[in-house]
Design a protein around this ligand. Structure first.
Ligand code: NAD
Ligand code: TYD
Length: 349
């Protein structure tokens, strides 16, 4: 397998590459293409670059750049694609949606066209998407693979558009495509703008913990390694044209999650300067516009078709994540520093 992973220097992509290189049933080559936006960090795979030899290649490129991407497909005889690259943060999409339309829609379209031109060689195009395409749930019920799309944010609308394109390329051109829509991921290497790493970083530094609205929005938390296992299973054994929902079976209100993080840090991290409990840092702030109330995934199809279930409880996953951030304070400082970002850009020109 010559596997093109897009966005492999981001949070989930980096975890996926790390997991895959450890799988006994993967003996192929990984070509990681990432243009290193603020969220992409080759340091996440620096050890892999040293240890994996020719099983792993990193190329700095933009998935929207059709000419460069065509050379990559041909030079590396790409036969499988796992497409993670995206602009991924809802709040950023509300402030400036342009990059979301460009990468998430046009970038996906570019990859699909390149795959269509090379259809004879292509074994699988796997598209990573989100449960946010389905919109918001009320108190009850779950998202199923057949739930109608009703995206609320520019981010989820751009992901919905890309999902439709992938499906159309399967239906119209017979592209061997699969899609997975997963719930909120958490774990090592997540950029500290998303809820869990932001709260861990701020709580460690004694900064305020901004909770949107009344804090009662619910997300279904999925530990990133569980997600990556599911993706590998779909690439290997998923059926062309199928969509699979991936969920953590771990619903929690934001406020409870933030309190859990505060309590855990009070137990294991250095106390705050004033010795106050970290919960005292929680600050309710103005709600996000169009904020979806609840997400919850029914992942029965993945269990019945491919035998996958999430293995990590929220307690275990949160503790592992906190431990990782405590052990990687320098990583945290570096990804937050603008100087580091421009240095990294220069290294990979
Ligand atoms: P991330 O923001 O951490 O990483 C995205 C990566 O894509 C970065 O390395 C970035 O440099 C790269 N990238 C962005 N634009 C690019 C372009 N034009 N060309 C090449 N590379 C580009 O995102 P993530 O959290 O790892 O998410 C990965 C995928 O999973 C995305 O498609 C996202 O929509 C989806 N997803 C994420 C979550 C989550 O909770 N994080 C949940 C559901 C779905
Ligand atoms: P986020 O991690 O941005 O993921 P998504 O919007 O894709 O679900 O946010 C998770 C939840 O946490 C969401 O309900 C918004 C909320 N949230 C806060 O309350 N405060 C914050 O500072 C952030 C970033 C998110």
């Amino acid at each position: 397998m010559n596997l093109l992973v897009t966005g492999g220097c981001g949070f989930i992509g980096a975890n996926f590459i790390r997991l895959l290189l450890d799988q006994p049933d993967f003996s192929g080559h990984i070509i990681n293409v990432d243009c290193l936006t603020y969220a992409g960090n080759p340091e996440n795979l620096a050890d892999i670059e040293k240890s994996a030899g020719d099983r792993y290649t990193f190329i700095k490129a933009d998935i929207c750049d059709r000419k460069t991407m065509a050379s990559i497909f041909d030079d590396h005889a790409i036969d499988t694609v796992c497409h993670f690259a995206a602009e991924s943060h809802v709040d950023r999409s509300i402030v400036s949606p342009d990059a979301f339309i460009q990468t998430n829609i046009n970038g996906t379209f570019t990859l699909l066209e390149l795959c269509r031109e090379r259809k004879g060689r292509l074994q699988r195009f796997h598209h990573i998407s989100t449960d946010e395409v389905y919109g918001s749930l009320g108190k009850d019920g779950y998202f199923h693979e057949e739930t109608p799309y009703q995206p609320s944010s520019p981010y989820s609308a751009s992901k919905a558009a890309s999902d439709h394109l992938v499906r159309a390329y399967h239906t119209t051109y017979g592209l061997p495509a699969t899609i997975s829509n997963c719930s909120n991921n958490y774990g090592p290497f997540q950029f500290p703008e998303k809820l869990i790493p932001l709260m861990i970083c701020n709580a460690l530094e004694g900064k305020r913990l901004p909770v949107y609205g009344d804090g009662k929005n619910v997300r279904d938390w999925l530990y990133v390694t569980d997600h990556c296992r599911a993706v590998w299973e779909i690439i290997k054994n998923g059926k062309d044209g199928e969509t699979y929902n991936i969920g953590g079976n771990c619903e929690m209100e934001n406020i409870r999650l933030v309190e859990t993080i505060c309590d855990a840090l009070d137990q294991i991290a250095r106390p705050l300067a004033d010795n106050k409990p970290r919960k005292s840092l929680i600050t309710f702030v103005k709600d996000r516009p169009g904020h979806d109330r609840r997400y919850a995934i029914d992942a029965t199809k993945l269990k019945e078709h491919l035998g996958w279930i999430p293995a990590t409880s929220i307690e275990t996953g949160i503790r592992a994540t906190i431990d990782w951030y405590l052990d990687h304070k320098e990583w945290m400082e570096r990804v937050k520093s603008g100087a580091y970002r421009s240095w990294i850009q220069m290294q990979y020109q």
